[in-house]
Design a protein around this ligand. Structure first.
Ligand code: MG
Ligand code: MG
Ligand code: MG
Length: 303
């Protein structure tokens, strides 16, 4: 009998952690004689493409739907963030570092750790189980950790992330984590050449709280001035998304990775954000110093 294929896949608007974790976890599952195939949904961002090129990943499977498939979800666990077709798929396992919003009628394996990246959870498990981590897998996991933790500047960073990253760097042959990480982040940290739609959808997530749906996009920049120039454009497009998806509000979080803070552009009901941060929003935007992480510094305050 043909062995069942298990697709390992992350969230929509894939980021480096979602894609690299899917690849690494597939290799780990394959060692356990599971017919695992890594995949992604949507479009790769330039940072992820850079990481894949650097560690020579070719022909990664792009799935348009997971309908009828068995899947391992990495780097997310809320169906609203999953690839299309999730309601008609069979989720067999989840590995994630986000708040838990998953429910299932069947018992499943669920590995959750409050680390700065899913890659940290996977790498820690590989080290524990003495799985032989190749240079390629180490490099991908390292990129994922540096990406999600914004080179350890994000408020989500834990001691485990730093410890695991250092161990992976040795295997991957990376000597200076900071320089390597900033180089990686810079691939995506620019708005130039991107349409407002691309800016918003490069990392856009939907959330639900007390019957209200809202969306938050995040993009990293090395200079917020860039964003100010594109503000009108972004507001218009964000307004269209809010309307199309029936959201109560939409946010673009422009995170300055040098200055370490985020400019929020908000369209729709601004009250939840005004209340959460005790601020007055003027002209659809506000700068919040120290805000680096959507899931730690923004989403919990809105829930
Ligand atoms: Mg992610
Ligand atoms: Mg992640
Ligand atoms: Mg992320």
């Amino acid at each position: 009998m043909e062995k069942e294929i298990i697709y390992v896949i992350g969230h929509k608007s894939p980021d480096t952690d979602t894609v690299c974790s899917a690849i690494a976890y597939s290799s780990f599952l394959k060692k356990q004689k599971i017919n695992a195939i890594p995949a992604y949904y949507g479009e790769l961002n330039p940072e992820t493409e850079y990481a894949l090129d650097l560690f020579k990943v070719k022909d990664l499977l792009n799935l348009k739907s997971v309908k009828g498939k068995s899947v391992v979800l990495v780097d997310h666990n809320e169906a609203i963030q999953s690839p299309d077709g999730i309601e008609d798929s069979k989720v067999v396992e989840i590995v994630d570092h986000h708040k838990i919003g998953f429910s299932s009628s069947d018992p499943i394996a669920f590995i959750a750790r409050p680390y700065g990246s899913t890659a940290t959870i996977i790498a820690e498990r590989m080290f524990l189980e003495q799985f032989k981590i190749t240079k390629q897998i180490a490099g991908l996991l390292l990129c994922a950790i540096l990406s999600d933790t914004i080179v350890f500047k994000s408020t989500t960073t834990t001691k485990t992330d730093m410890k695991i990253a250092k161990e992976l760097a040795v295997i991957a042959g990376v000597t200076n984590l900071k320089i390597f990480g900033i180089e990686l982040k810079k691939k995506k940290a620019s708005l130039s050449g991107l349409s407002a739609e691309k800016i918003l959808y490069s990392d856009f997530k939907l959330f639900e709280a007390s019957d209200k749906k809202f969306g938050i996009g995040q993009i990293e920049v090395v200079d917020l001035k860039e964003g100010k120039e594109r503000k009108e454009d972004i507001i218009k497009k964000l307004g269209e998304i809010v309307e199309k998806d029936g959201l109560s509000f939409g946010v673009l979080m422009m995170t300055d990775i040098i200055k370490e803070g985020s400019e929020l552009i908000i369209v729709g009901d601004i009250k939840p954000i005004e209340k959460a941060f005790k601020v007055k929003i003027k002209d659809n935007s506000i700068y919040i110093p120290g805000m680096m992480s959507r899931k730690k510094d923004l989403v919990p305050k809105l829930m």
